[in-house]
Design a binder for this molecule. Structure first.
Ligand SMILES: *Cc1c(COP(=O)(O)O)cnc(C)c1O
Length: 456
């Protein structure tokens, strides 16, 4: 029997993973979550020490795909998705950095987007259907998702981006793909792009086209993010010691993956949740009152400039509460448990820049702005422990979510060196670009979609 997922708004029927993946959001605007989180016994997790990343991904994800995707097929998907390395570096003592930046777009979003795309392909092949993925992006999500769906059968992808607000490198990561990926530079802002996409989703005139979205509210973007926490711990642990894990957070998809890994059995002593100056979550944990930051604050860790994290209802659900998509709490989560498990901290741009400099000067570790927020959060937490000099420090793992070469100007300014380009970004500048330019006008956009997908 396939396991079931419920909506965090509690007003929609349960669905299986296939339904949740192809729908994205639940009809009641809630987010899908597993009814039961399967347990993995500690011995099996310890045994991950001797397994490859694709093997660990298979062992974790098969708990959710039973009865829907045959094991041999799932193993093939894991091998196809995770064909790059996942480095873990010692920074000093027992503190480590896991770099999730070796995928095709040099961002941790590759881990989940690639698996989601392939699971969708598998389910569509069973039905004989086709799907058009519509996404608005301010930068990183668009490139990770476009790469993930590039050349995936049965799926076409349309990405809208604000033409004046995306860096050259970010744009080229999307516009050099071609094939089934159509990219439109809109003469407007990110919010305009998002409004065009939302209207297309509900436009009856486009009703014959089957649309889906690929943003982080899709459960397919979440479950694969539980895997790397289990991987890191298994590779580093001695004596089954629970770890401290620090996660730089924006929309809270990454940390929800971590919390799911913990519920599956991963020994975690504490999650450090580090936000930038958008501090709505640290305040929520401290005071028990939730207030969005409107408008969101602009920081150098731009993928985390989020004043109302879209995955927060999932986080609240994991602590027994109910929060709707607007952020209204109708049932309080267990704050005492949350405060025991979590250290939430906000790091501003000055603290972020200082962390980049210190990690380089003290340890020759190169961070970029997002990973630096996580690292600074971990340093704060370890300092707060007030251990005596001879006490052993805990096993600590901080997550680096992007490659420093995605932020060359900031790194050059702070450290005086150019970050080396990873293979995924090398050669990008010379590739030809293909993209449409469009006005911020819904009539133009819907005509474009009708011409592009005449048969639906
Ligand atoms: C998206 C993103 C984040 C934030 O991840 P969430 O899952 O939204 O919390 C952090 N760092 C980078 C580089 C990102 O692209």
């Amino acid at each position: 029997m396939p396991s079931l997922l419920y909506s965090t708004n509690l007003q929609s029927p349960d669905v299986d993973l296939k339904g949740a993946l192809l729908q994205g959001q639940a009809p009641d605007k809630g987010l899908y979550m597993p009814r039961e989180i399967p347990r993995i016994l500690l011995d099996e997790i310890i045994g991950f020490r001797d397994k490859s990343y694709p093997e660990i991904a298979f062992a974790v994800l098969r708990r959710y795909t039973q009865g829907l995707i045959p094991d041999e097929e799932l193993m093939r998907l894991c091998t196809e998705c995770y064909n790059y390395i996942v480095p873990i570096e010692r920074v000093y003592g027992r503190s480590f950095l896991m770099r999730l930046d070796q995928g095709p777009t040099a961002s941790f979003k590759d881990f989940a987007a690639r698996m989601m795309a392939r699971m969708m392909r598998y389910f569509l092949a069973q039905e004989g259907g086709e799907l058009v993925i519509l996404t608005a992006t301010s930068g990183d999500t668009g490139s990770a998702v476009a790469h993930a769906f590039h050349n995936v059968d049965r799926i076409s992808m349309v990405v809208l981006f604000p033409i004046k607000e995306v860096s050259d490198r970010q744009r080229k990561q999307m516009t050099t793909l071609g094939g089934n990926v159509t990219v439109i530079g809109v003469d407007g802002q990110f919010d305009d792009c998002q409004a065009l996409v939302k209207r297309a989703f509900t436009d009856p005139e486009l009703g014959r086209i089957r649309f889906s979205s690929a943003n982080s509210i899709n459960i397919g973007r979440l479950l694969p993010q539980a895997v790397y926490y289990l991987y890191a711990w298994a590779k580093l642990q001695e004596n089954d010691e629970a770890a401290v894990i620090s996660v730089p957070s924006g929309n809270f998809g990454d940390i929800c993956g971590g919390l799911i890994a913990r519920r599956m059995g991963l020994p975690v002593d504490r999650f450090v949740i580090a936000t930038n100056a958008n501090d709505e979550f640290p305040k929520f944990v401290a005071t028990g009152k939730y207030e969005k930051v409107v408008p969101s604050r602009v920081c150098i860790s731009n993928a985390m400039n989020v004043g109302h994290p879209s995955n927060l209802p999932r986080f609240v659900a994991l602590y027994g509460g109910v929060m709707d998509e607007q952020g209204k709490v109708s049932k309080q989560p267990d704050f005492a448990a949350m405060r025991r498990d979590i250290y939430a901290v906000s790091i501003d741009d000055a603290g972020t820049r200082q962390a980049i400099k210190e990690a380089w000067q003290k340890y020759k570790t190169m961070l970029e702005p997002h990973g630096a927020v996580g690292w600074a959060g971990l340093v704060r937490y370890l300092e707060s422990l007030n251990t005596r000099p001879l006490d052993p420090s805990p096993l600590a793992i901080s997550i680096e979510t992007a490659h420093p070469a995605k932020f060359p100007e900031e790194i050059q300014r702070l450290l005086g060196v150019d970050p080396p380009l990873p293979p995924s970004l090398a050669g990008l500048d010379a590739k030809p670009e293909h993209y449409e330019k469009g006005p911020n006008d819904y009539g133009w956009f819907s005509d474009f979609l009708k011409r592009k997908f005449p048969r639906g």
